[in-house]
Design a protein around this ligand. Structure first.
Ligand code: PLP
Length: 425
């Protein structure tokens, strides 16, 4: 391919050396408040970008830019080749059967909306059941609320216990009294790190001939995800959470299903032939990609995937497991601090939500920022889950390939300062 000249990822020993990885991320070098390294612990919201991705964006605009798919000249051909190479990168990342199964979207939200509109509005009707979980990000909840409201289908929930762990004991009751059609679940919770047991949920859904959509926003960037091995039907993820630019993500869907689904947006690119009165539509995947896509961003998402694969997705995962465990253990030693979600030792993604008695999460995050320690505070787009757990908001630290032990030590030091400032120490 005529891809942008990209730098090779810093060669890293296995297990991952986060200091070496960090050297690829210019933004981490100097924090805006202290001049020290930025202890960025908010990758669950959006990951930082390595030079390889930034270089790809620049190279597209400097040496391989034009609109894709229609041009006959050299730049248009190069831009198209690089754009479609990113589709192949996604196919490879997910072990999809064909690039025709990869639809580019703006991200997870748009990918789920595509299914809820195109499949949902066409296939759901009164008497049908859509099942999701009590953990969901709003983007895998609101589209299904809307699809059910539009079609008369009913939305039901797999519950969580007080630790935010999925309770599968009542699955069969969830399918009673109607036709189970769709099970749309998050893979790893962005608020609690809870790992959803797809090995139980997928066979259950399949025993009812239901489809399974997985929100992979917090899994695809952090662990190996094989859509064929999972036995699922759709998967959504966002490029910006796997070190790519914003504005690019993907929906993977089984080809037979996508082929039957109607387009959900109409206009250029998605058509084959247009008359004044009527039109026919393009083949997969372009049938679902109306209008000019995010050319440079999608291309750079391909560079991000290659970067991640060079680091080794399993090595990244192993590093995150270690960093999460270290952070969890250290947080539990902070007086008055409560970690929400699965207990220490239970499988979880690289996300730790916590509260400190006598402080507000926003105050925690604001004070930590003065030390260039970045955590998120709020409901994390999971308002119903917060209500279920009896809290309004949490502070949330999340890790990635570039997270070091020192970043976590600085979080703990910063929390000691928070306690001092609030008169708790
Ligand atoms: C689990 C989960 N699902 C969906 C989303 C939505 O992703 P996006 O805003 O990139 O569409 C997020 C983003 O935080 C998420 O964490």
């Amino acid at each position: 391919m005529t891809d942008a000249p990209t730098r090779a990822a810093a060669p890293v020993a296995s297990p991952l050396d986060p200091e070496r990885v960090s050297a690829d991320f210019p933004i981490l070098a100097v924090g805006p408040n202290t001049g020290r390294r930025l202890a960025y612990l908010d990758s669950a919201a959006s990951a930082m970008k390595p030079s390889q991705v930034i270089d790809s964006l620049r190279a597209t605009y400097e040496s391989a830019y034009a609109n894709v798919h229609r041009g006959v000249y050299a730049h248009a051909a190069a831009a198209t080749e690089n754009f479609e190479a990113a589709r192949e990168a996604v196919r490879d990342l997910l072990n999809a059967r064909s690039p025709r199964e990869v639809i580019f979207t703006r991200g997870t939200t748009e990918a789920i909306n595509l299914v809820a509109y195109s499949w949902g509005r066409t296939n759901l009707e009164a008497g049908d059941i859509v099942v999701t979980t009590e953990l969901e990000h709003h983007s895998n909840l609101v589209p299904w609320q809307q699809a059910c409201a539009a079609t008369g289908a009913e939305l039901r929930f797999i519950p969580v216990d007080d630790d935010g762990v999925i309770d599968v004991s009542g699955l069969d009751a969830l399918a009673e009294g109607g036709r189970l059609r769709m099970v749309a679940v998050v893979h790893v919770s962005n608020s609690l790190g809870t790992h959803v047991p797809l090995d139980v949920i997928v066979p259950w859904a399949k025993s009812h001939d239901a489809l399974v959509l997985v929100d992979g926003a917090q899994s695809v960037p952090h662990r190996s995800v094989d859509v064929q091995a999972l036995g699922i039907d759709f998967l959504a993820f966002s490029g910006h959470k796997l070190m790519g630019p914003t504005g690019a993500g993907a929906l993977w869907g089984r080809e037979e299903l996508l082929a039957e689904m109607p387009p959900w947006q109409f206009g250029g690119e998605m058509i084959r032939r247009v008359e004044y009165e009527t039109s026919t539509f393009n083949d997969l995947p372009w049938k679902f990609e109306a209008g000019t896509p995010a050319i440079a961003e999608v291309t750079a998402m391909g560079a991000a995937i290659r970067y991640l694969q060079e680091l080794g997705i399993d090595a990244v995962h192993q590093h995150e497991v270690e960093m999460t465990r270290y952070a969890h253990e250290r947080l539990l030693d902070v007086p008055g601090l409560r970690v929400l979600g699965p207990e220490l030792g239970v499988e979880r993604g690289g996300v730790l939500s916590f509260l400190i008695e006598g402080t507000h999460p926003h105050d925690i995050a604001t004070l930590l920022d003065t030390y260039d320690v970045n955590v998120r505070a709020g409901h994390h787009c999971t308002q119903p889950l917060m209500k279920r757990l009896g809290v309004h908001a949490t502070a949330r630290a999340s890790v990635y390939a570039y997270t070091t032990r020192e970043d976590i030590d600085r979080l703990i030091d910063g929390l000691a300062e928070v306690r001092r400032v609030f008169g708790l120490a």
